[in-house]
Design a binder for this molecule. Structure first.
Ligand code: OGA
Ligand code: NI
Length: 316
């Protein structure tokens, strides 16, 4: 499937999108008796199969931690463009700050957003931005165990040993992406964030109250109603390959709002570069690959076509 197909008829379908509730799962039940726990786990695996997307509440990431992140996110994006766009902004590697779409090869691939793409081991370099750094650290400290817990549940259903993730993934192999969508005077003509699927095992997203995130369900775009208490969880490409297509890495996009800015925060739980991703079942749908190969392929595709193509590249 080419997710980019969605961008060709952007203008016709951006505004006319159904609002639907995606599964909302109360994780409090994981701490109750075995029956409750098993039912909750079943809801998680079912949502990952049928939707590739769900929301969770009672997830263990406090409102305080989320509010702090949001505050710091607003502050950092308020930095003048001339500074944000400097090579060493925040003392982080180049390409940490991104805006529009540097890979666009046609106007339909332009995006009305800016982002900070932060590889977590790098945050210790942010010595001039202590409060942003400490908010990120507090967030990562609680979101990582949440991601691990969810991944463990998804893996258990497939009889994949959690040690695979313990060996290949940690807070130090994960990414954080802070997104800002400025008010867009022509929201039906230019997209906030292009249709894409995530390069991760799972992604955990917090969005503010504005709305605009849309996902593909049964061949149609639907929009996710904001819920400030909830975190959004979605399956990424790597889990789709590992689960032999059982869990789906679903295409999603963001439509910018006309009058107001929107902020979101995404935590990508992924492995180290040398991790091997192999379908757990036979016959495999995807060939075995390393995460490094996957990244190389997506970078090549981005350069050549403006789109990362993704996991379909590894179909057998
Ligand atoms: C992403 C993403 C969604 C959002 O950063 O990959 O899909 O709501 N973000 O901003
Ligand atoms: Ni995404």
């Amino acid at each position: 499937m080419s997710l980019l197909q969605g961008t060709n008829d952007l203008i016709s379908d951006l505004s006319d999108v159904e609002k639907r509730e995606i599964p909302l799962i109360d994780l409090k039940r994981l701490k109750l008796d075995q029956l409750e726990r098993e039912e909750c786990m079943k809801e998680i695996t079912e949502a990952a199969r049928k939707w590739g997307f769900f929301q969770v509440v009672n997830h263990g990431v406090s409102q305080e931690v989320l509010k702090n992140m949001q505050f710091e996110e607003k502050e950092v994006f308020r930095t003048p463009f001339g500074i944000k766009s400097q090579e060493n902004f925040l003392n982080l590697p180049s390409r940490t700050y991104r805006w529009g779409n540097a890979s666009a090869i046609n106007p339909k691939q332009l995006m009305w957003s800016e982002a900070l793409h932060i590889f977590l081991p790098d945050i210790e370099k942010m010595d001039q931005h202590k409060s942003l750094r400490s908010s990120i650290e507090s967030f990562v400290k609680v979101v990582t165990p949440l991601a691990e817990n969810l991944v463990q549940i998804l893996a258990q259903e497939l009889n994949i040993n959690f040690s695979y993730f313990q060996q290949n993934c940690s807070a130090n192999t994960s990414y954080l992406r802070l997104n800002r969508y400025p008010p867009c005077p022509f929201p039906s003509k230019v997209i906030g964030l292009l249709p894409h699927a995530d390069t991760s095992f799972i992604t955990i997203v917090h969005q503010d109250h504005i709305g605009g995130l849309q996902l593909m369900k049964d061949g149609k775009w639907i929009s996710v109603k904001p819920n400030s208490e909830a975190l959004i969880v979605n399956v990424g490409d790597l889990f789709q390959a590992l689960s032999n297509g059982l869990y789906t890495s679903v295409g999603h996009r963001v439509v910018a709002a006309e009058k107001v800015e929107r902020f979101s925060l995404a935590y990508f739980y992924g492995p180290s570069i040398d991790a091997v991703i192999e379908s757990y079942a036979t016959p495999p749908l995807y060939r075995k690959f390393t995460f490094g190969e996957y990244k190389e392929q997506t970078m090549k595709d981005l350069k050549e076509g403006g789109d990362k193509v993704g996991i379909s590249r590894f179909l057998l």
